[in-house]
Design a protein around this ligand. Structure first.
Ligand code: MG
Length: 384
């Protein structure tokens, strides 16, 4: 039996991880969970899964969960804030931590989990974007596996199994193109948050849905792939594939391509990461080729979807440039969700921050965290 902790248990990936546990015939045991402020969802998890530890990021939510446990005679250890997240990421009895929190907030708990020698089922791509060098180095030093949950990276990981890294020619990341595929800058001037949140293929949380609409999600995934698979940016290509049936591919030096295809269902990569190297039973609907019909491919439009270009730029510059890119993006997406800026301003804000802040500092945890704060503060003061 595998004992796991889920950071961000009430979000989209967290909820689907719970479903994987439900269907695991008792082979996966949920020991700990964390959430930001979703008290009712955590109470449902407590009632169904009886975790021994709960961490709530929000103080008020922490008090409510604590009170619930006292009133209902639940002997659960309840923690709060970032220290609480770190605690549930590094508990003695845990084997694997599913990092499904959204954003750079996942960085400190992920590092704590690696230092405590827990395997990581990585769904928090922002952590690798801002501190890929640090995280991968620590994982190596501690003998920890980083198992990708992101569907594209899981596909690459599976396409690489049995092959040698030196034989890779390039990694091809597929992108659905998001809700605005085929649109140009003029078309996007007045799009609403509501339109941006409507993803054609995947049902996801708000932040990643907006990232998919700007193609920043693919940009972050390019940087994630660079660190996970030690592949240079020139050898990572993005191909728009609206059907989302091919989840990504690896081209080998002889031009052979190995790809992973299947239904667009996140429970598949989650189940694979939690059981690696074993493969478990069928959790998703099997692919019906006759229903899928044709598969199509397009070049991404980098003039319209500038965020993808900025991510490549930041990745190639290296150093702290991805930290600036990510901090600016997280803040800009939050502003869009609050309807304080327009859709196209996300790219403008990122470009402005990339031109304003100095990325020529050493990549240390301290510098990453401080620069991230500075970028956020700058945007906050300007747009609030
Ligand atoms: Mg993805």
């Amino acid at each position: 039996m595998k004992n796991i902790s889920i950071l961000g248990a009430t979000g989209s990936i967290g909820t689907q991880t719970l479903d994987v546990i439900r269907k695991s015939s008792g082979t996966i045991n949920l020991v700990a969970v964390s959430a930001n402020s979703s008290v009712n969802k955590i109470i449902d998890i407590i009632e169904e899964f009886s975790p021994k530890y709960v961490a709530m990021m929000d103080k008020k939510a922490y008090k409510e969960i604590k009170e619930y446990c006292t009133n209902n005679q639940k002997s659960i250890n309840v923690y709060s804030g970032i220290d609480g997240l770190i605690k549930v990421a590094s508990l003695d009895e845990i084997d694997t931590v599913v990092t499904s929190v959204v954003g750079m907030i996942g960085l400190k708990p992920t590092i704590a989990a690696i230092e405590a020698k827990k395997d990581i089922a990585l769904a928090n791509k922002e952590t690798l974007v801002v501190a890929g060098e640090i995280v991968m180095k620590k994982a190596k030093e501690n003998g920890v596996k980083i198992l990708p949950v992101d569907s594209e990276h899981s596909a690459i990981f599976q396409s690489l199994s049995g092959y040698c890294n030196k034989d890779i020619h390039k990694i091809i990341l597929t992108a659905s193109g998001g809700p605005f595929r085929g649109k140009n800058i003029d078309d996007l001037k007045d799009v609403t948050v509501h339109q941006a949140l409507k993803h054609p293929k995947w049902n996801m949380g708000q932040k990643i849905s907006i990232d998919s609409a700007t193609l920043m999600n693919k940009g972050l995934e390019v940087i994630e792939a660079h660190y996970l698979f030690e592949c240079s940016y020139d050898n990572i290509e993005v191909v728009v594939h609206p059907q989302s049936i091919i989840h990504s591919m690896v081209e080998y030096k002889d031009a052979s391509i190995i790809e992973k295809i299947g239904s667009p269902d996140m429970r598949l990569p989650i189940q694979y990461a939690l059981n690696y190297p074993e493969r478990k039973g069928m959790i998703a609907k099997p692919l019906n080729f006759y229903e899928v019909g044709s598969l199509t491919f397009e070049k991404p439009d980098l003039d319209t979807f500038k965020c993808l270009k900025f991510a490549y730029d930041a990745g190639k510059i290296g150093g702290l440039a991805p930290t600036i890119l990510n901090g600016a993006n997280e803040e800009a997406v939050a502003l869009l969700l609050e309807e304080k800026i327009k859709f196209l301003q996300i790219a403008e804000i990122i470009e402005e921050c990339m031109n304003t802040f100095d990325y020529n500092k050493e990549v240390t945890l301290h510098n990453v965290i401080n620069l991230d704060k500075e970028v956020r503060q700058y945007i906050y003061e300007k747009y609030n």
